[in-house]
Design a protein. Sequence first.
Length: 250
Amino acid sequence: MPQIHLRAEPGDYAPLVLLPGDPNRATLVASMFDGGLAKSRLVNEHRQLLGYTGTYNGVPVSVQTSGMGTPSISIVLEELLRLGARRLVRIGTCGGIGRGLRTGDIVVATAASPVDGATRTYLHGEPYAPAADFEVTRALVDAARASGARMQVGQVASVDVFYNPDEDYVTRWRARGVLAYEMEAAALFYLASRAQAGGDDVRAGCILTVSDTLGEDESSEQTYMELSDLEAATVNMVKVALDAGTSLKL
């Protein structure tokens, strides 16, 4: 029976699924599969949550649009897990706040502070540390290093508000060792951990391109990358994620 939002059946998705927020980015990823879009299969287009399945270097892989924010990715993840997804890699962008981060750099997230409503709802407000799977994270780090990309590895914060007006917003989170703000990883890490605790071999990781940097004297509007530059950086990041994901044992 098809899911409510992902109008697909078990077997339509590969065990390995990459998760961009943007449907256009999902199509871009599918164009990088073996044979490009012509050889990729569109498995979902309901609500423009575009999902494709194909192969990369002969390994089955899917890409599924997650939408923006933890409420949207939570719906997508709940349904993907029911459809057999077992290796989940968020590929997205982030606002860098870590010292030395520049636009175009890669951040591999080891954990995500749950500064969002959906994860807190799942947890009933109880303290919890959503963390990425070690094997997935190691594969992402190894692939990023092999590519020669500038990279930092560490904690991110999953937030609900893009344009946060608090004057000490960056200062507070940077002082806690957070490298970047993004909007989905906390729910991804929690739901993967919940599935694994329930007996399913589900593992998740997250790799991000720094699209903008935030500081006491700079904002996203001032530093956001030109779209052409961002697309080029995203393509490089997706290649890293594909190389890493297809190296994982399933």
